[in-house]
Design a protein around this ligand. Structure first.
Ligand SMILES: [Fe+2]
Length: 344
């Protein structure tokens, strides 16, 4: 039932000349058309992170407008073709976590917000907040940040402070929106109150903070770090499910799976025929049947001539057996990606 304020809002809306939405403005393109642009944007976003980290270390303020422009470019690319940047974000460079994680979280939260049909302004604010959410890590000592082992209680307490550092830096930054600040300040809060820094609970945690908690955790689990190998996307989704509703909002986790798919682009999968393939495009109608590039035979242990295969096609008999870790087969997935996808 509409309330009076809903009705008056809709009158105000129709009285205004509405600017075209991003969806109306942007024409979808193929993966091959977007992939180089996406790679360029990803590199630029990484460089922006690096410059910001160096700037803060010298005591310079954050140029929020520069992050907003960066977020805008990422969102445009994802609206043209969602699989291109998602695929690139899965091709990780070792030891680049600090620079890549926030870019990946911005990509994932945009995909998530678009799936939830949030409005353009909110998507922009979420992506900007995601790019900046871990900016406070620059104030955590490197010995703790890059420690190749378990942190002690004291070290972990110091590590947790990065959220407060992020919040303080952003509160001093001109032009930051309330949504961007919320996701940065509350990305480690958990529904049962066991998060940090404030130990907020249930309804005290906004929709946007619940969303970033999911995507931040997903990216952290799938990343290879100095002290651990990255897990597959499926494993990360299982962990998110297991930790719902204690940590994460169950309904939102379900929606997130719908948004990124069971096998997001960039995932290495083993088919039942014992061939390895790289996922190229999600199929929203059939999450278990993406478009893949088959390129390796697991049993015979040799490369094959890469072939694109639509697992949802009627005449296709192949099925995914599981997502696999490239290291298990000694495969340099980044090299394959560069040779056969980027430079094809
Ligand atoms: Fe964090």
């Amino acid at each position: 039932m509409s309330s009076e304020s809903d009705i008056s809002d809709s009158f105000t809306m129709s009285a205004k000349v509405m600017a075209p939405t991003r969806k109306d403005r942007i024409k979808p393109v193929s993966l091959s058309k977007e992939i180089h642009n996406a790679q360029h944007l990803y590199r630029e976003a990484r460089e922006l992170q690096q410059r910001a980290f160096q700037g803060i270390a010298k005591g310079n303020p954050i140029d929020v407008a520069e992050f907003q422009r960066c977020a805008d470019g990422i969102i445009d690319s994802l609206f043209r073709n969602q699989d291109a940047l998602l695929c690139i974000s899965r091709m990780r460079e070792k030891d680049a976590y600090l620079l890549e994680h926030s870019v990946n979280v911005a990509i994932l939260i945009t995909i998530f917000a678009r799936y939830l049909k949030l409005d353009d302004a909110t998507i922009e604010q979420l992506a900007t907040g995601a790019l900046l959410h871990d900016i406070g890590k620059i104030q955590v000592p490197n010995a703790i940040l890059n420690k190749p082992g378990r942190l002690t209680e004291t070290e972990f307490a110091e590590m947790r402070k990065h959220v407060v550092y992020s919040r303080d830096i952003l509160m001093k930054s001109e032009g930051i929106s309330a949504v961007s600040l919320d996701v940065a300040a509350n990305h480690h809060e958990r529904l049962d109150g066991n998060g940090y820094p404030q130990g907020l609970k249930d309804h005290q945690i906004s929709l946007h903070a619940r969303m970033i908690a999911i995507v931040d955790t997903y990216d952290a689990i799938t990343a290879t770090r100095v002290y651990k190998d990255g897990q597959t996307g499926i494993k990360a989704l299982k962990i998110l499910r297991k930790d719902s509703p204690s940590h994460f909002d169950s309904d939102l986790v379900t929606q997130f799976i719908g948004a990124v798919g069971m096998y997001p682009p960039g995932t290495l999968v083993k088919l039942e025929s014992q061939k390895l393939a790289l996922v190229l495009e999600n199929n929203p109608a059939k999450l278990a049947c993406p478009l893949v590039k088959v390129f390796y035979h697991c049993k015979q242990r040799h490369y094959l001539n890469p072939v694109t295969l639509d697992l949802a096609a009627k005449n296709c008999n192949e099925k995914i057996e599981s997502a696999v870790d490239p290291a298990e087969y000694n495969i340099d997935i980044n090299k394959f990606f560069n040779d056969f996808i980027l430079n094809a």
